[in-house]
Design a protein around this ligand. Structure first.
Ligand SMILES: [Zn+2]
Length: 139
């Protein structure tokens, strides 16, 4: 996990595009920095349902989601009904001819996925997040 420690030390918003390319794998870069989407049911966390722990931003290490809020949505990507407070930002995204709400990491502004209003109680939200944008942490 020393790689994560390095990532947490620098101010991620000050990183240049070249520095991001150096830090991230090609697939991570495509999703996190170019708002890409991993293939449906391909991500390592789709069927990952630990009892506890948390999911951190793969780009900067910020805690994004608690494992307790993860649920099986059947949509092909990891789904959560809530995000950690103030860890994500949301903006309306009208790309690809759809009106969706994009979810980004509040700390490094990397793209994570989208949030929809068809989730379960208590929030009614479905945060549909790319596995490659996250790193699971047992703590
Ligand atoms: Zn981040």
């Amino acid at each position: 996990m020393s790689e994560t420690d390095d990532r947490e030390q620098a101010d991620p918003k000050a990183l240049t595009d070249a520095e991001w390319r150096e830090r991230l794998s090609e697939e991570e870069y495509r999703v996190l920095r170019e708002s890409g989407t991993e293939a449906k049911f391909s991500g390592e966390y789709v069927d990952h349902h630990p009892d506890d722990g948390e999911y951190r931003c793969a780009a900067c290490g910020t805690v994004l989601f608690d494992a307790e809020t993860k649920y099986e949505s059947g949509c092909g990507w990891p789904a959560f009904y809530a995000a950690e407070e103030e860890s994500v930002t949301t903006t309306v995204d009208t790309s690809h001819g759809m009106r969706r709400t994009e979810v980004r990491c509040a700390n490094c502004d990397s793209h994570l996925g989208h949030v929809f209003d068809d989730g379960p109680e208590p929030t009614g939200k479905r945060f549909c997040i790319n596995s490659v944008a996250m790193e699971y942490d047992e703590e």
